[in-house]
Design a protein around this ligand. Sequence first.
Ligand SMILES: Nc1ncnc2c1ncn2[C@@H]1O[C@H](COP(=O)(O)OP(=O)(O)OP(=O)(O)O)[C@@H](O)[C@H]1O
Length: 618
Amino acid sequence: DTDAQILMRFKGSLSNGKALNDWGSESSLCSWTGLLCRKNQTFYGLRLEHMEMGGKIDIETLVELPTLVSFSVINNTFEGPMPEFKKLVSLRALFLSNNKFSGDIPDDAFEGMRKLKRVFLAENGFTGPIPKSLANLPRLLDLDLRGNGFGGNIPDFQQQDFRVFNLSNNQLEGQIPESLSNKFPSSFAGNEGLCGKPLSSCKIGGNESRSLEPNLDKPQGKNHRILITVIIVVAVVAFSSIVALLFIQKHRRKRFKPRTLPTQGNSQQSVGFKESHSIDMTVDLKDGDGELNFVREDRGGFDLHELLSASAAVLGSGSFGSTYKAMILNGPTVVVKRFRHMNNVGKQEFSEHMQRLGTLTHPNLLPLAAFYYRKEDKFLVYDFAENGSLASHLHGRNGSVLTWSSRLKIIKGVARGLAYLYENFPGKIVPHGHLKSSNVVLDHSFEPKLNEYGLVEVMNKSHAQKFMAAYKAPETSKFGRPNVKSDVWCLGILILEVLTGKFPANYLRHGKGGNNSDLATWVDSVVREEWTGEVFDKDILGTRNGESEMLKLLRIGMFCCKWSVENRWDWNEAVAKIEEVKENDGEDDSSSCYYVSEEDFNSRTATEDEFSFSVTNG
Ligand SMILES: Nc1ncnc2c1ncn2[C@@H]1O[C@H](COP(=O)(O)OP(=O)(O)OP(=O)(O)O)[C@@H](O)[C@H]1O
């Protein structure tokens, strides 16, 4: 039989298979509902999820599909004992969660499934011990048995290094095996009889000893004392090893230590990684909208399941939601940014907008790879940038120092990326809309990439007004909306931030009756009243032969931050001037500092002609 005939036979044993009505209508299997195909159109899996389907899972028929490696019937109404999946020896992923399967699973149920990596049996009615054959699967990475009635002791999973692991809400008991003591306590929650690391220690002696391994005899008298001594010695050794391990880990991960940026309004922005188990997103797949939509051809190779169960680290929580770094097994490392404030936009409009963003390609734009849409919850998937954000380098305490030359390279890249956006979105008021240092990320060679561009249109207006960078330009408080030069304002603030090392949010305007200040006003006042040297970040201040070019860039920043929109430069003027800035002024002067005459620095009111100011050596 052909694969098509075999699949039709398989369908015949299902009840309520209405969702599969299109099976058999098309000659290409890959267009049938629920069939997973590779790029070369070879069939590799069945994903029959949320279809209110039941009946028999006919394993004898599935055996005839040699290319089947992934099988999912998540969220259906299948019941009875677990079918004999071990006959599908090539299976790599098995998803049976959220059904009504029940009964004990034989100990050898997974025997011989040497390729099996992912087992999801959560939220069923399985009982009895966890089958020992699971612990013998050499490649098992994900195991989710939560929400069943599994009982007895947990087998020793010595061969596995789990990525997803969850045994919560069962009836397991006894000591947690040492091999699992490094898991999160939440993986074992809701099993009253369990004890040992990472839960509370097991009580010994008296009636409490029931929480130890049940077959551990209770010795009396002398034997008892010997046993207690042995346990204490083992515990002390184990404790010291764990402390030593933690100490080593702490030092190895020093650079991933969470950091906190200065506050912006009431919100804290964190930089650096916090450890996490998997992406904490409650994606309700019942909607049928559970598709990950790729927006460019050169990205892909993973699906929503793989993304959500990838091992993940929280990068931070911005004004729109959390951002995760996700390391997909046998796939790329990506960044998932969740947006909670795009409720007013319909699916069609949203998809079209994302497809449009997906066509943008420039070395200084972070490519959008995919999006996920549900009415009240959306997320975007971007490439991961190895060197984190510009903000973390400027303000984090990770000890990194950006030289003048790398800062200039970054500003030039930002300007080019912004120019590309202005050119490709000619009708848009603010082509970027959220340009700020945490939205400039740096790749492996510190090439800057703009992030979170082109999102103003799909954002709720009230949220945009409150949080998006373009709305912080002065014209917004006057006219209630940004102007075509508002992105230039953001570019100017970014330039001043890069040169001064100061965090702009600490210099925010406070509107009516407030102190009416911003970073540009501060720079202006320092330059006017004091001494230019004070304005630059101390890490670049002494740069040999760079000061006059640094001053040039400072001046450009000030022109981009003109309060009056008429006096503010256009994006193309700003970009052209930035391109002219050199790393080095070419003069071989050994002095480490330059002073600029005060009148050169009337920049808030200066005209463009005054741009070529003189630099006098101290
Ligand atoms: N693609 C990426 N590669 C590496 N780091 C990233 C990437 N995207 C975001 N980050 C970093 O993750 C952290 C959290 O980002 P997030 O976008 O949630 O917050 P934010 O940029 O501070 O605020 P906002 O939500 O207003 O944009 C920031 O330090 C950001 O620079």
